[in-house]
Design a protein around this ligand. Structure first.
Ligand code: FAD
Ligand code: FES
Length: 270
């Protein structure tokens, strides 16, 4: 795997998603020139800092590596605050400092693998389905609140079928939770693998089912980050007695350097 490197990359373009809703879009695919990384793993992330952050925003922001091809690196983001607002104003030719690839990434096995994405948790699975050499072993359940065209599902649909459930009415969440459990139980019976990325309540539900059904499950956390390199301790989560490094059992571990992907029985989300 590539050692993390800092690269000053040129913006190729910024493509808005979900504009057909008649509202200002909050969702963008940012296409950057390809960095010099020799390798990366789906589930890894990068710290992104456009030069337009100036002195106002000293820290970069963490984003999943959506996909990297021979020509470009893609970051898919939702506008939620000051940094992502500035990113939504980027234009072709602007410069962005990118530090990566960071973190560990998801397991890839020749076994039935269920991908569980909640909202922006879809991002690392775009690279995952493109890099996996047995796409026929992959299935995906995608829970989301915004209309489907806000998310880059088409690039996943090229390789596998995505079952999506929109949470827009009372009862939709119960349906999603019911489907999650059913699909996880099914994959567990085949000794398969479950990978999940999404907001904390979503991950807590997946973790609860993983432990109850004893299904091998990895969770990708999106804790707030500042340095991205293990120094500030701003991103820690609590490990359990099952954590593989003895000295770190029942101890806070940095999500940026020890994660962002963890086995469900090795961390506590409470
Ligand atoms: C490993 C990792 C991968 C990520 N991948 C993506 C991705 O692919 N696409 C994407 O859109 N976002 C992703 N995020 C979340 C993204 O980093 C935050 O949305 C971003 O940092 C917010 O920056 P801001 O300056 O716009 O918001 P701020 O002004 O810093 O905060 C505004 C709001 O966003 C919330 N926020 C800040 N950081 C996070 C966070 N880490 N997770 C959730 N909410 C947060 C704050 O609580 C606040 O309500 C990822 C986070 C991590 C840790
Ligand atoms: S973000 Fe600083 S230690 Fe993880």
């Amino acid at each position: 795997m590539s050692q993390p490197a800092s690269s000053l990359l040129t913006v190729l373009d910024l493509v808005p998603f979900g504009q057909s809703n008649g509202l200002d879009t909050q969702f963008f695919a940012l296409r950057l020139e390809r960095p010099s990384w020799t390798a990366w793993k789906p589930g890894q992330f990068m710290m992104v800092r456009p030069t337009s952050f100036g002195l106002d925003l000293p820290w970069g922001r963490p984003f999943g590596i959506c996909h990297m091809t021979a020509q470009h690196l893609i970051c898919f983001f939702q506008v939620v605050g000051r940094g992502t607002q500035r990113m939504a104003a980027l234009k072709s030719g602007d410069k962005v400092q990118v530090w990566g690839p960071l973190g560990n990434g998801f397991a890839m096995e020749d076994k039935p693998t269920l991908l569980l994405a909640g909202g922006m948790g879809i991002v690392p699975f775009i690279g995952y389905v493109h890099e996996h050499h047995q796409p026929w072993n992959l299935t995906m359940l995608f829970g989301h609140r915004q209309p489907l065209n806000c998310y880059p599902v088409d690039s996943i649909n090229e390789r596998i079928t995505v079952d999506s459930l929109r949470e827009s009415a009372v009862g939709d969440l119960d349906n999603l939770i019911f489907s999650l459990r059913e699909r996880m139980a099914d994959v567990g019976e085949q000794n398969g693998l479950v990978l999940a990325c999404g907001p904390l309540p979503f991950l807590k539900t997946v973790q609860q089912f993983a432990l109850e059904l004893k299904v091998r499950t990895q969770l990708s956390l999106e804790n707030k980050m500042a340095c991205g390199v293990g120094a500030c301790l701003g991103c820690v989560c609590q490990s359990t007695e099952n954590y593989p490094v003895a000295a770190k059992r029942n101890w806070p571990v940095q999500v940026c350097t020890h994660g962002p992907v963890f086995w469900a029985d090795q961390i506590s989300l409470d």
